[in-house]
Design a protein around this ligand. Structure first.
Ligand code: IPE
Ligand code: IPE
Ligand code: MG
Length: 241
């Protein structure tokens, strides 16, 4: 396989858990539970392919508006998955990170998450970032606040603010922008995910529901990505010269 065409950073909007459960006449939470298997496979797959960063949209700011029992189920599942999966992540040299308004989570969730982040912090393999209580507009407004603080503290002129200066205050600072964004379940929207970082991402929208997303589906995503010509505003001739 052409190593050059493997994205360094892949981001996934893991969608379709509720519909998956409904298909089997089950409660939505069973869809979320089965989605954990897909997460495990996606992490393994990225490790095997040499992807450096995998970012998973697990819970959006807007998801706080879901029914209370679904939110409670998701919180329990999150703690459970973190506790169960961390030893295996560690064994595979995965470094866990999280972006989003983590302070909005119950304390036990924050505690377990921080423990796992700390535990894996020296690992040198895949960087697995969970977007939790994340929304891109929230992230951008937070980055504006920090930018303004710096501008005031260091007496910086507004005309010296550039993209590079601003993006140092985004939660994704230090990661390359995702070359590929996958959203399962056939929905074709970003739902407030990585709006700034997705400026030049390639998008792939498979119909498969997240709990059914397997390595072969991920392989299809890479096949599709490999066929795309990323021109960044240039002409095809310039790219191929
Ligand atoms: C995605 O699956 C998981 C979360 C948003 C937490 P959904 O729960 O949105 O599944 P559908 O879209 O209802 O099928
Ligand atoms: C987006 O999925 C968030 C996650 C996958 C975690 P949703 O299913 O909540 O998105 P919308 O509301 O249908 O756009
Ligand atoms: Mg959904």
């Amino acid at each position: 396989m052409d190593k050059f065409k493997i994205p360094r950073h892949i981001a996934i909007i893991m969608d379709g858990n509720g519909r998956w459960a409904k298909k089997f006449g089950l409660n939505r939470i069973h869809g979320h539970k089965n989605g954990v298997t897909s997460v495990r496979e996606a992490v393994e797959f990225c490790g095997e392919k040499g992807v450096e960063f995998l970012t998973l949209y697990a819970f959006s700011t807007e998801n706080w508006d879901r029914p209370r029992d679904e939110i409670n189920g998701l919180m329990e599942l999150l703690v459970d998955a973190i506790v169960k999966e961390t030893p295996n992540l560690h064994k595979n040299k995965v470094r866990l990170k999280a972006i989003g308004n983590l302070a909005s989570f119950p304390e036990n969730v924050q505690g377990k998450l921080n423990q796992a982040i700390e535990f894996t912090s020296n690992n040198t393999g895949l960087v697995l970032t969970l977007a939790l209580a994340y929304s891109s507009r929230w992230e951008i407004v937070e980055a504006v606040k920090r930018t303004v603080e710096k501008v005031v503290a260091e007496n910086i002129k507004p005309e010296s603010i550039n993209e590079n200066f601003f993006e140092q205050n985004l939660t994704t600072f230090g990661m390359p922008d995702p070359e590929l964004i996958i959203r399962t379940s056939g929905e074709q929207r970003l739902s407030n995910f990585l709006l700034w970082q997705a400026a030049y991402s390639e998008f792939y929208f498979p119909a498969v529901l997240w709990p059914d997303f397997r390595k072969k589906d991920f392989e299809h995503a890479l096949d599709e990505y490999r066929k795309r010509e990323r021109r960044f505003g240039k002409t095809s001739e310039q790219i191929n010269q």
